[in-house]
Design a protein around this ligand. Sequence first.
Ligand SMILES: Cc1cc2nc3c(=O)[nH]c(=O)nc-3n(C[C@H](O)[C@H](O)[C@H](O)COP(=O)(O)OP(=O)(O)OC[C@H]3O[C@@H](n4cnc5c(N)ncnc54)[C@H](O)[C@@H]3O)c2cc1C
Ligand SMILES: *[C@@H]1O[C@H](CO)[C@@H](O)[C@H](O)[C@H]1NC(C)=O
Ligand SMILES: *[C@@H]1O[C@H](CO)[C@@H](O)[C@H](O)[C@H]1NC(C)=O
Ligand SMILES: *[C@@H]1O[C@H](CO)[C@@H](O)[C@H](O)[C@H]1NC(C)=O
Length: 484
Amino acid sequence: MALLLLQLGGVSGAARLCKWGRRSYGVTAQLVGDLRALVGDSNVSTAKVVREQHGKDESMHSCQPPDVVIWPQNVEQVSKVAQLCYTQNIPMIPFGTGTGLEGGVSALRGGVCFDLTRMDKILHLNTDDFYVTVEPGVTRKSLNAYLRDSGLWFPVDPGADASLCGMAATSASGTNAVRYGTMRDNVINLEVVLPDGRVLCTAGKERSFRKTSAGYNLTSLFVGSEGTLGIITKATLRLYGVPEATMSAMCAFPSVQAAVDSTVQILQCGMPIARIEFLDDVMIDACNKFNGLSYPVLPTLFLEFHGTENGVKEQVQLAEEITQLNGGSDFAWARDQEERNKLWTARHNAWYAALAMRPGCRGYSTDVCVPVSKLPQIIVETKEDLMKSNLTGPIAGHVGDGNFHCLMVMDLNDEEEVNKVKEFTNRLARRALALNGTCTGEHGIGIGKRRLLQEEIGEVGIEAMKQIKSTFDPKNLMNPGKVV
Ligand SMILES: Cc1cc2nc3c(=O)[nH]c(=O)nc-3n(C[C@H](O)[C@H](O)[C@H](O)COP(=O)(O)OP(=O)(O)OC[C@H]3O[C@@H](n4cnc5c(N)ncnc54)[C@H](O)[C@@H]3O)c2cc1C
Ligand SMILES: *[C@@H]1O[C@H](CO)[C@@H](O)[C@H](O)[C@H]1NC(C)=O
Ligand SMILES: *[C@@H]1O[C@H](CO)[C@@H](O)[C@H](O)[C@H]1NC(C)=O
Ligand SMILES: *[C@@H]1O[C@H](CO)[C@@H](O)[C@H](O)[C@H]1NC(C)=O
């Protein structure tokens, strides 16, 4: 029985040669049996459809299914399975909610997918010190629903309802980052299962403090590691008081330059603006059609102010002066919760609005980030490039951070168009690098941006990253083929 090899996903269970010359003995019936014993029968699946659901995210990267999917219930199980995989040289791929945009969950060499959605408890809320500890299956929306009556909230808000530990793994951010920071600023401690099964608490077991000078920052090392160093099984996150007053507004501009110049000036005067999002004319048009709205089809800023009643009034007045000096329209206000939801739902639906422009097509979202003062130049040049290349790419951006997306919509059956998009996105990334920016502000490196990472960080930087990787994961089993 133990010798029976399973044929899974067209990949033979027989010995597979891993990168760096180590042999993988693949996922055997014996291994699947051991997994069932460790996590329970109902928490293991080798069904094709299940494996295919876990072999791709929301990006256009093709599906690479794992050999088996497991749903661990607790950290002990994660640790025991990791130990088992480690001794048998089986690749391990952590899976949050699969909303990633860089192919992060693809099982490039097969192996065991750890779907963490069944570890979904909120373990500890501390309202005095403003933090919460969650298991990896808790999503950002479910956390905020749980916090509703506490007077606290968690601000990091990618467009999708992603898992909080997946967000830590990709160093995600969203529309509130300009005021509240990204995941990197809001993770206090992580519990991580290392490839060999050891359990690490990056800031020390159960600790949560606002600052420390105690050695290397291991928390920050795991934030953005995209599942390549270990499996995050617990996160302690920073919370914020719900502001007394909130106002949202939108403002249309005669040109991209005028909208982005306003952003730079608003930030330069030190205003603690909560959200400042840019949508170009193409994006506004798509949002109107998708959400049944009738916003003016012009370059537009969506803004939000948080603070005390008086503080917000002051911020609004100053922001409106700046936008008007740049030729912006009067602010259209969204005062009550319902109006505000309508406005921000339109923003959060931008991806689906872009896809709806060309039914049957697939999307790819760029996410370069540059110093804010360089934004006007890069957005204007990028719009010109899009026109010249005849590509569909509405722009939506977290411009307060210098970060913006071209939502590239393309026909995957049209090889010429796909190649043109690839060339365009490489040109855009290199344009950002030339302005001292980064090729990815929030989506991560995944499969597709490894070359760009090399250009961004240089030879010594890549070497240092590879050394870190091999220290934690000497057998290259943890999400292999990603990042470095
Ligand atoms: C419509 C839409 C809008 C989006 N908007 C934004 C945005 O504004 N900002 C932004 O930053 N992102 C955005 N994203 C991308 C995506 O939501 C984020 O990358 C998110 O952080 C992924 O979380 P996830 O739980 O879905 O992770 P997955 O897709 O499941 O995994 C992503 C990566 O993290 C690893 N991983 C997941 N969980 C763990 C864990 N517990 N331990 C270790 N590694 C793990 C995986 O192996 C993989 O490499 C958007 C996506 C969509 C579809
Ligand atoms: C360490 O990194 C975490 C996550 O990026 C961050 O929240 C924390 O402030 C950092 N600690 C120090 C002392 O810089
Ligand atoms: C531009 O692209 C569209 C498809 O998006 C195509 O129908 C059209 O022919 C292209 N025009 C030129 C000049 O290439
Ligand atoms: C990049 O940064 C360097 C050092 O600060 C500076 O000299 C250079 O002008 C910057 N490049 C651009 C395009 O701004």
